[in-house]
Design a protein around this ligand. Sequence first.
Ligand code: NZQ
Ligand code: ZN
Length: 387
Amino acid sequence: MVNFNYCAPTRLIFGKNVVEQLPEVMNQFGRRILLTYGGGSIKRSGLYDKVKSLLKDKEIFELSGIAPNPKYNPSVLDGVRMCKEHQIDVILAVGGGSVLDCSKAIAAGAKYDGEPWDLITYKVKTQAALPIVDIITMAATGSEFDAGGVISRTETNDKVAYIDDHLWPVVSFIDPTYTFTVPKIQTVAGVADAINHIMEQYFSSPGNELSDGFCEAGFKTLMRNVRIVLENPEDYEARANIFLACTYSCNDIYSLGIAPSGWPMHAIEHALSAYYDITHGIGLAIITPRWMQHVLSEKTVERFAKFGVNVLGIDKNLPAMEIAQKSIDGMYQFYESIGIPMHLREVGIDESRVREMAHHIAVNEGLDKAWAPLNEDDIAAIITASL
Ligand code: NZQ
Ligand code: ZN
């Protein structure tokens, strides 16, 4: 088991109707609130009206229209400007991971005098951030329980993961009933994202008995329950299990004591969604079997085989290489069976910018140091195989 130094300071308030506790939570942070949200799902669901009525004694300023793959310009910059102009005390993010990620960058930018991009790119170390409370409405990223946000800067094709301890939400409200309205394609994208988060932690070595088992439970929970909610979107227990598995997925709790992997599939997908603005979880599902195939070797086979036996139920008496190959094929079939388009061409990506993206990833992501190291040619081969 490798050493670790771990603290996850977010309070999680989980379950049906927990939002009723919002006023007492917000009272701790002051009167002036920046309410951030996306393109309108919270208005259609009634959550917006609910929040406004719960907080009617507060002064609320609103930043709306935060897009999936949230943009530095205008959303982060507008939010920072509003926080400074209105002396905001606390940010309340209501929506999916994109709204929350954007709010994290705003929270740090609000406490910094220079260009917020300096913080996002670690040119300047983040020293402080406004407190962030969220009501998360998508089961996917785990942003409600981690210290990261992912911000896109369109003009430079950058999509940057910004991680800093100041970005942990102070409180996250998680009510699985809010996910009843999530469209099918976003539901499966969210599940694919969380599966991939766990893979990025599990496909590394050495593992350890407890964390490996926790990861395997996470995979199985997500893969089993997604089928239930595709049949019945309002199955509370299934939605709740998916949400919890997602909430844990990005803050290393699944993998305490497992060596870091370098998160190669995320590094590749972030470039795809920076260049083509595709849905993160869909991009990950497409890349996953191609990455596994590309890195399958004597070094990686044992982890892939363990996954195949313990998660997919493949016969443990088969040779390890055969189990690993069946695992790769099994993941492809699983994603296809839940309705994910499994070729990049189907989401509008062709070969024209593969080399450019591979170069961008190789220069910026340090994948030559990953558990299964990748150079620029490897990255281009994985993207090409995904077309
Ligand atoms: O904008 P609105 O109208 O709210 O609609 C959203 C959006 O169109 C909709 N939606 C959200 N909750 C809903 C709902 N529709 C109906 N009912 C609800 N309850 O779903 C669409 C997608 O929302 P988005 O927030 O973009 O999805 P997600 O939560 O998957 O977030 C994706 C972003 O998070 C980043 C991704 O790269 C991407 O930019 N990630 C963040 C991570 C983190 N902070 O730790 C880690 C991840 O690996 C990931 O990179
Ligand atoms: Zn992800």
